[in-house]
Write a protein that binds this ligand. Structure first.
Ligand code: SAM
Length: 234
């Protein structure tokens, strides 16, 4: 269970209504039962339920079960998609170990808004489910070229562009070797040519392909991340 408080032996942790409801009515836990908690900084701890009140629950932290582990150094830049599909992206990217989620607006991005609270809630839930001990950072949604303005030059950006034309992603990632990396996936309507031209001029951009078929953007996210994960082993 993700908690937004420091974790140390004997520390008390209060949970909000939603989390209290989850423990009591979904997991059917009671006073004295143990729960595993993490906060993204202090590792995983065993905590014990002290009690439930109306809309709250309090825990006492007992002992550390796993030290904090670092997450792989992989960022995902993606054009926001419609509701269910963007939920899927946040969930799958978290499961695949992404350390930073970066929604970016491209010229053909539709919708042009992002519900950051919802994205973060999906990432938290996925982190809990897959037992990773961190939740990816979620950056403020920005126009693509603003997000790239202060780009760290040692971080390669694998640009998933058009089907069939660019170098296969696995080949490009293998050639680049271990390094800080990021993957960029476009919107359902694809990048426009002027964006691809501009991206092509940036020294850290590596255009890559995901095979001969045009994948939906959410499928492309999973395909690219699975490739990176299988090569890096992280
Ligand atoms: N009509 C658009 C086009 O041809 O570019 C389709 C865009 S696709 C539905 C959404 C995004 O997924 C693309 O912008 C790209 O980032 C990624 N994508 C899908 N299939 C791909 C492939 N075979 N190779 C590389 N990227 C792909």
């Amino acid at each position: 269970l993700y908690v937004d408080s420091p974790l140390a032996a004997d520390q008390s942790v209060g949970l909000d209504h939603e989390r209290a409801h989850f423990l009591r009515h979904v997991l059917r836990l009671d006073r004295g039962d143990a729960v595993a908690v993490f906060n993204g900084r202090d590792g995983e701890w065993r905590a014990v339920i002290d009690g439930f009140g109306k809309g709250w629950c309090s825990l006492t932290v007992v002992e550390q079960r796993r030290p904090q582990s670092g997450s792989p150094d992989l960022w995902l830049l993606f054009a926001p998609l419609k509701k269910g599909r963007i939920d899927f992206v946040a969930e799958k990217a978290t499961e695949m170990g992404v350390s930073r989620l970066m929604p970016v607006f491209t010229r053909r991005t539709d919708p042009n808004r992002v519900n950051s609270d919802r994205l973060r809630a999906n990432a938290v839930e996925a982190a809990e489910q897959c037992e990773r001990l961190s939740v990816p950072d979620l950056t403020e949604p920005l126009p693509l070229f603003r997000a790239l303005a202060d780009w760290p030059t040692d971080r390669k950006l694998f640009l998933c562009a058009e089907a069939g034309t660019a170098r296969p992603i696995a080949e490009a990632m293998r050639a680049t070797g271990p390094c800080p990396a990021a993957v960029l996936i476009g919107p359902e309507g694809g990048f426009d040519q002027s964006e691809l031209d501009e991206l092509g001029k940036l020294p850290f951009v590596v255009p890559v392909g995901l095979g001969p078929r045009i994948l939906r953007a959410d499928t492309a996210v999973v395909a690219a991340l699975a490739c990176w994960q299988s090569l890096s082993g992280d």
